[in-house]
Design a protein around this ligand. Structure first.
Ligand SMILES: *[C@@H]1O[C@H](CO)[C@@H](O)[C@H](O)[C@H]1NC(C)=O
Ligand SMILES: *[C@@H]1O[C@H](CO)[C@@H](O)[C@H](O)[C@H]1NC(C)=O
Ligand SMILES: *[C@@H]1O[C@H](CO)[C@@H](O)[C@H](O)[C@H]1NC(C)=O
Ligand SMILES: *[C@@H]1O[C@H](CO)[C@@H](O)[C@H](O)[C@H]1NC(C)=O
Length: 420
């Protein structure tokens, strides 16, 4: 009897130990393997399908500063802006040209994004709301003209004697920007200048921008964000030469239509286009590396951010992290992650701020780190972001833009490193 009890006790202990083993070793092991199986990228798996085309669209939210007193600004008052939004778009992502490396540890692909306005989530805002916004393309083009008009016009009218050389365009354009006076009043300034030809230039500017009455633009989210604000329509002569100059700069936000006219929009260039070739880790060798970007257009460094500053250019130019649509498994206790965004030519660190849930599923919540837009400068060893390409931009004592602003001139400007 005693023996029997001992045996039972033994079985009890064995069961308990077995239970513990199953509970703590066997099952988590199986779960661990299952997680890896469901996250690593192998052809023909459900995860591969999710990778190929995200099963649900991401939300792409846009907020716009609406200027409520444009004419007062013309008179020298401060602009009053009201943030309107979010205008919400579905962002679908589809990968193409998927190609695995021989050992299956890397996968190459290109990716297309499709944007569709989400009227329901944006309600009561609509795509056709009236907006008064800064005339972005006109402002930046005036800056181009500041640097280049003399040359453009001189070349255009090379038959004319050097009177043109003396046209004080630069002075005048500076006045436009500084006083934000309407284009028409430039005609007045033009008349005050001694040179007749100046008049001509301002007429040309009106031709290019369709007689703007202020530095602001009346538009709608549909036009401003995607369809495009038309300019350089039916231009001839000097205006055409200036438009050609704009075209040569190959700016992402400006597209040239078949008839030679142009359109400015913030995001049209992202819709149904590819943003380069990615090479990412499939995670088959090390699950913790799943979806980590190894190369973008065959490179692991950009050349967009400045080299010369004390801040190591590595900080700004290095391509790393994921593209934000997938992450390696086993995120528990991961305090920081990195996302690479080709839109802004840089990586963004995100940090863990606590647990959360999404439709009942436990989740970890991450937010962008302060070094994204706020803590930038030599004291944070990332002044390579301070490229200082914006003429007359207001900078802090450390030579960088104020919190919340990032100079994307080198990112949006001429394609210096489009590689592929
Ligand atoms: C934007 O401001 C203008 C006034 O400048 C106003 O007419 C318009 O309704 C505003 N738009 C929105 C969406 O608030
Ligand atoms: C993006 O492009 C597609 C296809 O050309 C078009 O149907 C869609 O309306 C565009 N999205 C936006 C927001 O304009
Ligand atoms: C330029 O041409 C005009 C008219 O042909 C002439 O009056 C003027 O003296 C010329 N200027 C110079 C600097 O040659
Ligand atoms: C940055 O440094 C690299 C390597 O030293 C050099 O090849 C490149 O030309 C530099 N780029 C700029 C913009 O200075």
């Amino acid at each position: 009897m005693v023996q029997c009890t001992l045996v039972l006790a033994g079985i009890g202990v064995f069961m308990a130990v077995g239970g513990a083993l199953l509970g703590w070793v066997v099952f988590p092991g199986a779960v661990h393997d299952k997680i890896i199986e469901n996250t690593e990228l192998r052809q023909g798996t459900p995860q591969f399908k999710r990778f190929e085309a995200l099963p649900q669209p991401l939300d792409f939210k846009v907020f716009i500063f609406n200027v409520t007193n444009p004419y007062e600004v013309q008179m020298g008052k401060r602009p009053r802006v009201v943030e309107v939004g979010p205008y919400i778009y579905f962002q679908y992502r589809q990968k193409d040209n998927i190609r695995f490396s021989r050992d299956r540890s890397k996968v190459h692909f290109s990716q297309q994004q499709l944007y569709v306005f989400d009227a329901e989530s944006s309600y009561p805002l609509t795509e056709n709301d009236p907006l008064m916004v800064l005339n972005m393309h006109m402002n930046s083009i005036l800056q181009i003209i500041d640097n280049q008009a003399k040359e453009t016009i001189t070349n255009f009218r090379s038959d004319v004697n050097n009177t043109l050389e003396k046209i004080p365009i630069v002075r005048v354009i500076k006045r436009i920007i500084e006083k934000t006076t309407p284009i028409q009043s430039i005609l007045q300034i033009a008349e005050d200048e001694t040179y007749d030809s100046l008049r001509l230039i301002n007429v040309e500017l009106n031709r290019i921008f369709g007689r703007p009455d202020s530095m602001f633009l009346r538009t709608t989210p549909k036009e401003f964000l995607f369809d495009g604000v038309p300019f350089c329509v039916n231009v001839i002569g000097i205006a055409k030469a200036i438009c050609k100059e704009i075209e040569k700069r190959n700016t992402k936000t400006i597209r040239v239509l078949p008839d030679g006219s142009m359109k400015f929009s913030f995001f049209n260039h992202k819709n149904m286009t590819e943003d380069g070739i990615y090479t990412i880790n499939t995670g088959v060798k090390n699950a913790l590396e799943t979806q980590m970007i190894e190369f973008w257009n065959g490179k692991n460094m950009l050349d967009k951010w400045s080299n010369s500053s004390r801040g190591s250019s590595m900080t700004c130019n290095k391509i790393e992290g994921t593209d934000g649509s997938g992450y390696p498994p086993f995120r528990e206790g991961v305090q920081r992650m990195t996302i690479f965004s080709s839109d802004i030519c840089r990586t963004v660190d995100i940090k863990y701020v606590g647990s959360s849930s999404y439709e009942g599923i436990p989740a970890a919540r991450y937010v962008t780190d302060d070094n994204f837009l706020n803590k930038i400068g030599p004291e944070h060893n990332n002044d390579c972001y301070c490229v200082n390409r914006i003429p007359k931009a207001i900078v802090k004592a450390n030579g960088c833009l104020y919190e919340g602003a990032l100079d994307l001139s080198t990112c949006f400007g001429k394609c210096r490193s489009c590689g592929a």
